[in-house]
Design a protein around this ligand. Structure first.
Ligand SMILES: Nc1ncnc2c1ncn2[C@@H]1O[C@H](COP(=O)(O)OP(=O)(O)OP(=O)(O)O)[C@@H](O)[C@H]1O
Length: 259
């Protein structure tokens, strides 16, 4: 059984169907990327999984338990969510922002500080500890928020069955930090965490994901290994564009080139 099991989920808001019969699985240690055009339903899917939206049908289970039925504080030790918008106008320091993640835990101040420092090092933001959050650049804020969600589910011994949900985590990041972040996510997943993220850059998704899920008009169109799913015909159809796919010179993984 996979750690995250989404089965036949449907979501409707304001009389409009936003997700229709969506199913997917993410196992421990796996990285799964959801791709699709603007408005396809990617954020809605993450919100339904995080219990932020109530599906009108279907089921979301984490480690065999219906997510909506998990006690909220326990759920916060198991599941961390990076949303697209993380506005914060308080003059918190970088370290204080990351420390917010340890609220659901009772691991003690010394351990919490250590975990926050380790998560900040993983996201290359240790040097921003004393900086005031509102004074940071967009990319620096993004990486700090990433450190916060990692710190929330950092240790396997704090929760059985950890899930990381990331909505467009590489937005605002330069190419160096995009790859550094994706490598850090892979390393983190390897500690037994299931990772589900939305990504617009299909080349990045192909390079770092075990599975790619294609969503359009709230429906799951394809799911599988990146090399199998990311074909020119599927991308051209779904995104109404013309792309070429060439193998990466070192890894052989698909590189998607728009024109
Ligand atoms: N509260 C709401 N009421 C009505 N429609 C909504 C609501 N929230 C989202 N939608 C619509 O649902 C659709 C899916 O939105 P969603 O944010 O999930 O798309 P997305 O795939 O994440 O898009 P993007 O790539 O642009 O971030 C969009 O057409 C959006 O306008």
């Amino acid at each position: 059984m996979s750690l995250l099991e989404v089965t036949g989920v449907g979501v409707a808001l304001a009389g409009t169907s936003l997700l229709n019969n969506v199913s997917l699985n993410v196992g421990r240690g796996q990285v799964v990327s959801v791709i699709g055009p603007n408005g396809a339903g990617k954020t809605t899917l993450l919100r339904a999984i995080a219990n932020d939206l109530q599906p009108h049908c279907g089921m979301v289970e984490l480690a065999g338990q219906v997510v909506a039925s998990i006690e909220p504080r326990r759920r916060a030790r198991q599941m961390a969510v990076l949303t697209q918008h993380n506005a914060l106008d308080f003059s918190f320091t970088g370290f204080e922002v990351v420390s917010l993640a340890r609220g659901p835990h009772s691991t003690g101040a010394a351990m919490d500080r250590r975990i926050c420092r380790e998560a900040m090092e993983a996201m290359d933001v240790a040097h921003l500890s004393e900086r005031l959050y509102p004074t940071l650049s967009g990319g620096e804020q993004q990486r700090l928020q990433l450190a916060r969600v990692l710190a929330q589910i950092w240790r396997a011994e704090d929760a059985d069955g950890r899930l990381l949900l990331l909505d467009e985590p590489v937005t605002s990041l330069d190419i160096g930090h995009q790859h550094q972040l994706m490598r850090a996510i892979k390393t983190f997943a390897a500690t037994g965490v299931a990772v589900l993220m939305t990504v617009h850059d299909m080349t990045l998704a192909a390079h770092y994901s075990d599975t790619v899920v294609v969503l359009n008009y709230g429906r799951c169109l394809a799911s599988g290994r990146p090399e199998a799913v990311l074909t020119e015909s599927l991308i051209n159809d779904v995104f109404a564009t013309q792309v070429s796919i060439v193998p990466h010179p070192q890894t052989g993984k698909p590189v998607i080139v728009g024109c």
